[in-house]
Design a protein around this ligand. Structure first.
Ligand code: ADP
Ligand code: ASP
Ligand code: MG
Length: 419
């Protein structure tokens, strides 16, 4: 079997391997059987295999939709109780598929695998992992199948790790078990210069640095959950993103190497999952921004871009503050802002869900000036108006009209990465 990381690192013959399979890779019984066949080959070769699976594709979204049909802002503890069932279905089916191939296999929930999290329901953070039971089942010759995306607090409450959180389960288990190999199987051949479903000319990358992958992921390239990349960087987990549908070598994600700096732009991403909130006519005095963003942070809502205008009137100075949050947090954020109306005294609030954020990412940007200007020129040529801008050392992001998001992404990709 073509094994990119294995051949690169001259891996020992028998290894401990963590393999994570996403929703589309386990979408139906046939796909599950296909995964089981792949896992069985590694097991037959003498490897110890831990399989992490997501819910079957569409299941998590379906569960969320049902809950929201009952009430728009459901209790978050109950949401975790509900969503954890998705992955629990897949682990059992995967164990059954392996049994059908005569491979000994045992399924485990996140809690049984020793994944302990904090109590922030729907986006819990892993506090520690004690995979004692996983190890002993592996040593007895089993394939161990762990439910992705879920954990348990010290008090025994079921939690989930944020959307796409099975990636995190895979990487965190690889770190805790000191795995020799960590493979993230998905429905594309690896990490591309842009989402290949939107940009037909996107190219597959052989390797990418943690920092670039982290930026791309947090800027909307959902091929990896950004928190999982953060975790991999922190614990030095080298991993490969590859397809569950073929044996092509994937993309290796690892620490930056010298040769990576030669490339100015590694990739382009589009985030359609952001919403903008604007507070109109906020009194321009010390403490106002602090009050707004403390209340938002206390509600565990992540804020991305913040823009505050200059205030003009000098008698009673006031200003507008705009910021973006993840769309699923919009309702909650709005509630928080409403509760501040009396104490802060702004005139009105507006929200806009029809925004898209286009970003370019590359470590080479540090040493190549003019990148932002080229991006803005490209958008101007397409008559696309820029609403907000944010930059860091290795990225430039712009917020634009959602309807023009894909057009912008293709144009920017062509300008920087076109052949
Ligand atoms: P899984 O169910 O395996 O976790 P996801 O749907 O979460 O898979 O992520 C895979 C998808 O990510 C791909 O189908 C692709 O459309 C999308 N994607 C977005 N940006 C990129 C990128 N830069 N490279 C590869 N895939 C990308
Ligand atoms: N099932 C979860 C989700 O859809 C976790 C995952 O797929 O990684 O977000
Ligand atoms: Mg995913």
């Amino acid at each position: 079997m073509a094994d990119n990381l294995r051949s690169q690192s001259k891996l020992k013959e028998m290894a401990l391997i963590v393999q994570k399979f996403g929703g589309t890779s386990v979408a139906n019984p046939d796909r599950i059987k296909n995964v089981a066949t792949r896992v069985a080959k590694y097991h037959a070769a003498g490897d110890q295999v831990v399989v992490v699976v997501s819910a079957m594709s569409g299941v998590t979204d379906g569960l969320i939709k049902m809950a929201k049909e009952i009430m728009p802002l459901p209790n978050e503890r109950e949401m975790d109780m509900l969503l954890a069932t998705g992955e629990q279905t897949t682990i059992a089916l995967m164990a059954i598929a392996l049994h059908a191939l005569k491979v000994p296999a045992v399924s485990m929930t996140g809690a049984q695998a020793g994944i302990v999290t904090d109590g922030v329901h729907t986006k819990a953070k892993i506090q520690n992992i004690t995979p004692k039971q996983v190890r002993s089942l592996l040593n007895q010759g089993n394939v161990v199948i762990v439910a992705g995306f879920q954990g348990q607090t010290h008090e025994g409450q079921i939690t989930t790790l944020g959307r796409g959180g099975s990636d995190l389960t895979g990487i965190a288990l690889a770190a805790a078990l000191k795995a020799d190999l960590c493979q993230i199987y998905t429905d594309v051949d690896g990490v591309y210069t842009a989402d290949p479903r939107i940009v037909p000319g996107a190219q597959k990358l052989n390797e990418i640095s943690y920092d670039e992958m982290l930026e791309l992921a947090s800027l909307g390239a959902k091929v990896m959950q950004s928190r999982s990349v953060e975790f991999a960087k922190k614990f030095g987990v080298v991993f490969e993103v590859r397809s569950s549908l073929n044996d092509n070598p994937g993309t290796i994600v690892k620490e930056e190497t010298r040769s990576m700096e030669g490339v100015v732009i590694r990739g382009v991403s589009l985030d359609k999952n952001q919403a903008k909130i604007t507070l109109i006519s906020v009194p321009d005095r010390p403490g106002v921004a602090a009050a707004v963003f403390k209340a938002i942070a206390d509600a565990n809502i992540n804020v991305d871009i913040i823009v505050q205008n200059v205030s003009h009137q000098t008698d009673a100075p006031s200003t507008d503050i705009s910021f973006t949050v993840d769309k699923p947090d919009l309702l909650k954020a709005n509630k928080v802002i409403e509760s501040l109306k009396e104490s802060i005294g702004y005139r009105a609030v507006t929200t806009n869900e029809k925004i898209g954020k286009v970003s370019i990412v590359g470590v080479g940007m540090r040493s190549h000036p003019g990148v932002a200007a080229k991006m803005f020129e490209t958008l101007a040529r397409e008559s696309i108006n820029i609403d907000m801008i944010s930059t860091s050392e290795i990225k430039v992001s712009v917020v634009i009209d959602l309807a023009k998001g894909e057009q912008a992404m293709r144009a920017v990709h062509e300008a920087f990465l076109g052949k």
